[in-house]
Unconditional design. Structure first.
Length: 599
């Protein structure tokens, strides 16, 4: 009886309650929701978008984590630096892919009647190289063992120019794309989810603006990084992710000449003080001209030039040089040639450079400086007419007063020179078959023909390739600077858009506007400047002379750069600090956003 009474009461009470079929969550968000959403989006965008290069062989887990942390901080406070670095790597990978296809087309055109297995194997390797494999080469994924020609079991990374040289000479490494993808930790699904989350943040911002809801400074700052992350994804989509172990090429006898030549040309063969490479003083003499050379009583020649101190010999002599496209000399001609008198970059008596910017240099050099260095006189006893690389008695870079390294040549250095002599003719002959590449690998000068100092090998692949030098990628030296300036202007413009937003105090508003305008305006000014400088030679020369002044360098280093850093840090810090007091409508959300899946 009591059970029946209880059930009756429950039924009666249930009949009196109001019921609904569906209940929506409150259309508001809390401060923690806002911070968590922005920080999470910012973190996953910066973290997942970073595709760092292969670390050094001896790097530890702690060092790798610290390196990634530094790049994350760089991505938070200066995302345009990361974007410009990614753009440089993208250009380099595309250039390498284009050059490999050029080798494939040349091989087909020249060897379509030849059925040799080596030619077929070369075509197979070339055809198999995709943009992913080219990125793998750019990020230092290919290493070589250098023990026989260096005397110690050192490993060196092949640069994109090094891979291109091997391909040009028919020895492209056999690196399969499946091998590269197996090393990569990239996940297409994870990238897609991050892009969806970034897209959600952008859509939410558009919806808030459409419904006239206020937007916080933190959201604006996050949007700036989201857009940078999307650009990074586009540039690095095909680049392998988190590769820790590079591919080690097995040592073969044919590698000795290649490693020797690449080492002698690369900047790492120079000392840390003057960076004068082993190839700097070597003149190349083609085989057809060696038979006409006189008998080499080289010690007598050395004495002649070492005693050039008469007034007649002291007069400066005019010279012209056409630097090779990939040579480091194109970055700093003065440092390459030595202390000079009159100096001019631009078209001279030679034909203009076919490159987007000129590699031709005219200069004056005193004959008293044109004498061999004491440590290089050993070549005059060793070199013979059949050697393609001859030490130049008329020009020795180590004979200049600014050279600080006068140590004796080691037997290993002599062995590298001997190995390189066996390969240099092959490189010259290939360039003669394809004349457009002569200026890529050789520096033509009135002093003689020199082998271009291109960075073929290095200890590791740096994540920032450079803002003015990309090796053989023949773009104007200011192109990367203009990209960096444009990215900085875009980043500043996004923050300028918040000038009329709510700020807790007027001081914070003025500081925000000042910092944003400083970043955006300086970016626009530099972007326009570098674009004009790229196309107007007179401005380029004037800027180069101004850039060498000590006052300008000191102002840039101790005034402009610190103020720029302070402005960047303030924008990030203020984005969080401003949340202490915001309009109430900030925590309202657009009506439709709750139906979209997001974090």
């Amino acid at each position: 009886m009591f059970l029946c009474i209880g059930l009756a009461l429950l039924v009666r009470r249930g009949a009196a309650l109001d019921t609904v079929a569906w209940s929506s969550a409150p259309n508001v968000r809390g401060t923690w929701d806002l911070i968590a959403s922005c920080v999470l989006t910012l973190t996953i965008c910066v973290w997942s978008a970073l595709h760092l290069n292969v670390p050094t062989e001896k790097s530890t887990l702690t060092e790798r984590n610290l390196r990634r942390t530094r790049w994350i901080l760089l991505g938070v406070f200066a995302p345009e630096l990361v974007v410009s670095s990614a753009f440089a790597q993208y250009l380099t990978a595309r250039w390498l892919r284009r050059e490999l296809l050029s080798d494939l087309n040349y091989s087909k055109a020249e060897g379509h009647h030849v059925q040799e297995s080596a030619e077929v194997d070369r075509d197979t390797k070339l055809r198999g190289w995709t943009i992913t494999q080219c990125y793998f080469a750019v990020m230092g994924g290919i290493t070589v063992q250098a023990e026989p020609v260096f005397g110690s079991p050192e490993r060196y990374s092949l640069t994109p120019d090094g891979v291109r040289l091997l391909s040009f000479l028919g020895h492209l490494p056999d690196i399969q794309e499946t091998q590269v993808r197996d090393k990569s930790k990239a996940d297409g699904l994870a990238k897609t989810l991050v892009c969806l989350q970034a897209g959600w943040m952008i859509l939410q911002m558009i919806a808030r603006l459409h419904q006239r809801l206020p937007v916080t400074l933190l959201e604006i700052n996050t949007i700036g990084h989201v857009l940078c992350a999307l650009v990074l994804y586009l540039l690095w989509w095909s680049k392998p992710l988190e590769v820790k172990d590079p591919v080690l090429l097995p040592y073969e006898n044919w590698m000795d000449p290649y490693l020797s030549l690449m080492w002698m040309c690369s900047p790492i063969s120079g000392s840390s003080e003057d960076e004068i490479t082993e190839m700097r003083c070597m003149t190349y003499i083609p085989s057809e001209r060696r038979s006409t050379l006189p008998s080499m009583d080289i010690p007598t020649i050395a004495i002649e030039h070492s005693t050039c101190d008469s007034p007649t010999d002291a007069r400066p002599a005019a010279h012209e040089t056409h630097f090779s496209v990939g040579s480091t000399a194109a970055r700093n001609p003065r440092k390459f040639i030595g202390p000079l008198g009159d100096f001019r970059v631009g078209s001279g008596s030679r034909s203009p450079s076919p490159a987007p910017f000129d590699h031709h240099v005219s200069y004056m050099i005193a004959k008293t400086a044109m004498k061999p260095a004491p440590e290089h006189e050993v070549f005059f006893q060793l070199q013979e007419p059949h050697h393609g690389l001859q030490h130049s008695a008329s020009y020795c870079r180590r004979g200049f007063d600014d050279c600080k390294d006068h140590s004796d040549l080691s037997p290993i250095a002599i062995r590298r020179w001997q190995h390189a002599c066996t390969l240099i003719d092959t490189l010259w002959n290939e360039c003669e078959k394809r004349p457009s590449y002569i200026n890529n690998y050789f520096t033509i000068s009135t002093l003689g023909t020199f082998v271009g100092e291109i960075g073929y090998i290095d200890t590791h692949a740096p994540n920032i390739l450079g803002l003015s030098y990309l090796g053989g990628v023949n773009i104007h030296k200011d192109r990367m600077k203009s990209v960096l300036a444009f990215a900085g202007a875009a980043y500043g413009a996004i923050h300028i858009a918040a000038w009329n937003d709510f700020f807790p105090t007027q001081v914070e508003r003025y500081l925000w506007i000042t910092s944003s305008v400083a970043i955006g305006a300086s970016g626009i000014f530099l972007w326009i400047f570098f674009l004009i400088k790229e196309r107007v030679e007179k401005i380029d020369r004037a800027a180069s002379r101004a850039g060498r002044t000590k006052v300008f360098s000191l102002i840039a280093r101790f005034v402009i750069v610190p103020l720029f850093i302070i402005a960047r840090v303030y924008l990030v810090v203020e984005a969080f600090v401003s949340l202490r007091r915001v309009p109430k409508e900030v925590y309202e959300t657009p009506e439709w956003t709750r139906y979209l899946p997001h974090l």
